[in-house]
Design a binder for this molecule. Structure first.
Ligand code: AMP
Length: 179
């Protein structure tokens, strides 16, 4: 994608101050997804550097990651596997607790959702501190599948998440950054 196309995508992201709590600048991708051309461009941009046939499954993080993952999976010709908050997925699950600024959270995946050695693309809407994506990446590791790449629509570089993931050797990237 060229700089012009990326700035058109960025223009569709709306910033909502003080949501969901005071001091947070919420980066809202819904106007982009509601625009047929913008959604298509976002999906295309997120996978443009992945070699054809290099991904077997798209894993998406609840909940906004799901909205991107459906389009991406169709474009790649593979299926979608959700990573969800605790207690949402039926049957046997694998789970992983991770630290937040205050307290802990947990993500879960269905135990049989990925096959060993399947090549996985992990997708979410936004990376901030990287805690959520790191937990999802480790969960994928527990299944025996292979994490090939992690893609985000939006990066908040000031919060350091992208650097945190790259330091661990994962191939990760985002289309748009907000300083
Ligand atoms: P983190 O674990 O700190 O990287 O946070 C990433 C997760 O929190 C993603 O699933 C995002 O959807 C959400 N998130 C964090 N900060 C924001 C923000 N400023 N605007 C929109 N979503 C956010």
């Amino acid at each position: 994608m060229n700089a012009q196309q990326l700035s058109e995508l960025k223009a569709h992201i709306r910033t909502i101050p003080d949501f969901p709590s005071p001091g947070i600048q919420f980066r809202d991708m819904m106007p982009l997804l509601a625009d047929a051309h913008g959604y298509g461009q976002a999906v295309a941009g997120l996978i443009e550097d992945l070699a054809p046939g290099s991904i077997d499954a798209v894993v998406a993080i609840e909940a906004r990651g799901f909205l991107l993952a459906g389009g991406i999976a169709r474009a790649l010709g593979c299926g979608v596997v959700p990573v969800r908050k605790p207690g949402k997925l039926p049957g046997f699950t694998l789970g992983l607790n991770y630290a937040l600024e205050y307290g802990t959270d947990r993500l879960e995946i269905q135990q049989d959702a990925l096959k060993p050695d399947e090549r996985v693309l992990l997708v979410d809407d936004l990376i901030a501190t990287g805690g959520t994506a790191e937990a999802a990446a480790r969960l994928i590791g527990q299944t025996g599948a292979r994490l090939e790449a992690i893609r985000f629509l939006i990066d908040l570089p000031a919060l350091g998440g992208m650097t945190r993931l790259k330091t661990q050797g994962w191939d990760c990237a985002a289309l748009i950054a907000f300083d």
